[in-house]
Ligand binder design. Structure first.
Ligand code: FBP
Length: 261
């Protein structure tokens, strides 16, 4: 396995990935709360915050803006899908590792829907991506999201532990998993991931306190951080939330102290 290197994707061993692939995954509806976020430039600006260790976007957004933001660590998502079609979960590979490196990526990301009828093909696609990423010395983040006909409960402790383990078995450096509902369940997922680091997925927007508490619980359970989109960019003052996350993730502050920031 590629050793997890503090110099990439992390700050003091901790990770905060700001995700902004929602325009593809969910559509412009995700930008309605804060209409300025329809403009990618607004969110690239947010990604310059010191708390952010990588900014996850799709190819088109990277091509259009990456040159203007050389200080933002680009995490290029190599597959993605829209909400416009129905069927078993699947995600089209739309960018190669070679091209990601050319655009300036410091890491690559891939969604695996374990339990989908398309899992086998997706795992085969991941094989190519993971091996190409090793050639380029780029860390690989797996959005490990069990869903589809084979999955009864996509956030149960056993499902999330399996998702974390799948990321390890297939060679991801970081597993991005949904919060399984309790610190104990998160600790079990972290154990299952072994040397693969675990980050919590943000999810739909909740209150400041509820969100920061789940992040704190995940970190205390051994996760190295989180990958978050809506709970940052759907707030009127996303930088304020990043200040609070910075306190919780890097300074081990309590939720109350972080809220006072
Ligand atoms: P959020 O923090 O907004 O949940 O973003 C994380 C993320 O994985 C995005 O990268 C992706 O667009 C979205 O969630 C997918 O969410 P879902 O799988 O629930 O459609």
């Amino acid at each position: 396995m590629r050793p997890f290197d503090d110099s990439d994707l992390s700050r003091d061993g901790k990770v905060l990935i700001l995700a902004y692939d929602h325009g593809l995954e969910h559509g412009p509806v995700d930008f309605e709360d804060v209409p300025e976020t329809m403009d990618p430039e607004r969110v690239w600006d947010v990604a310059t915050h010191d708390a952010v260790t990588a900014f996850a976007v799709q190819k088109g957004i990277a091509e259009a803006y990456a040159d203007d933001y050389p200080d933002v660590n680009l995490l290029l998502k190599l597959n993605g899908t829209s909400n416009l079609w129905m069927g078993e979960p699947d995600s089209a590979v739309n960018c190669s590792v070679d091209y990601a490196a050319e655009v300036g990526a410091g890491a690559v990301g891939f969604t695996l829907y374990g339990g989908s009828n398309h899992e086998v093909e997706m795992a085969e696609e991941f094989r190519d991506i993971q091996e190409d990423a090793r050639e380029h010395d780029l860390p690989v983040v797996m959005w490990s999201y069990p869903r589809g006909q084979g999955v009864k409960d996509d956030t149960s402790p056993s499902t999330i532990a399996y998702a974390a383990r799948q990321a390890l078995e297939l060679g991801a450096d970081i597993a991005k998993v949904k919060y399984p509902g309790s610190p104990d369940a998160m600790a079990h997922a972290v154990d299952a991931a072994g040397p693969t680091k675990v980050v919590m997925s943000g999810g739909s927007k909740t209150s400041d306190e509820a969100f920061l508490s789940s992040v704190k619980d995940a970190i205390d359970a051994g996760a190295v951080g989180l990958a978050v989109g809506r709970n940052v960019f759907q707030r009127e003052e996303p930088e304020k939330m990043l200040d609070a996350l910075e306190a919780v993730i890097y300074e081990e502050a309590s939720v109350d102290a972080a809220l006072e920031h």
